[in-house]
Design a protein around this ligand. Structure first.
Ligand code: THU
Length: 147
């Protein structure tokens, strides 16, 4: 699957977001090393802090479908999902918590996972790497002194 197609999958997934509080729909598409694709979207809650981000929703599905260690590339897009197509001009980069979750997958595979951060309309794309998004991130090696 090419970049454009993966971003389209993320944009499509955003239309399935449940985001009545922020009204900001985010979609995420994850590609495995074998070319399998899974998607996810944000899911909010009346108890605001329980909301789930699109990336973590998609990562959970990735773990079930092919395993976190097989994550190769991730596309994210967000914006106004109230119509038949996702709208918005600003690229969406993963929040801090999602960066940490993606880093976990990167540690498992030993790769610097690529992230395509797209605008809602899909026209702007930032090509990023997880180790640039979360330098000096906390990982399994930081737990080496645990009991
Ligand atoms: N959101 C995501 O799904 N992913 C991100 O990386 C940034 C934020 C969601 C959470 C919330 O439902 C909405 O966007 C507004 O913050």
């Amino acid at each position: 699957m090419n970049e454009e197609q993966l971003i389209e999958r993320a944009r499509g997934a955003a239309l399935k977001a449940y985001a009545p509080y922020s009204r900001f729909s985010v979609g995420c598409a994850i590609e495995s090393v074998d070319g399998e694709i899974v998607t996810g979207a944000n899911m909010e809650n009346a108890c605001y802090r329980l909301g789930l981000c699109a990336e973590q929703s998609a990562l959970t599905t990735a773990q079930h479908a092919f395993g976190l260690d097989k994550v190769r590339r991730i596309a994210v897009a967000g914006g106004d999902g109230s119509g038949s197509e996702l709208k918005g001009e600003a690229p969406v980069t993963p929040c801090g918590g999602c960066r940490q979750a993606i880093l976990e997958a990167a540690h498992l595979s030993g790769t610097d996972i690529e992230i395509l951060a797209a605008s809602g309309d899909g026209l702007k794309v930032e090509r990023l790497r997880i180790h640039n998004l979360i330098p000096h991130g906390f990982g399994p090696a930081n737990l080496k002194d645990s009991a």
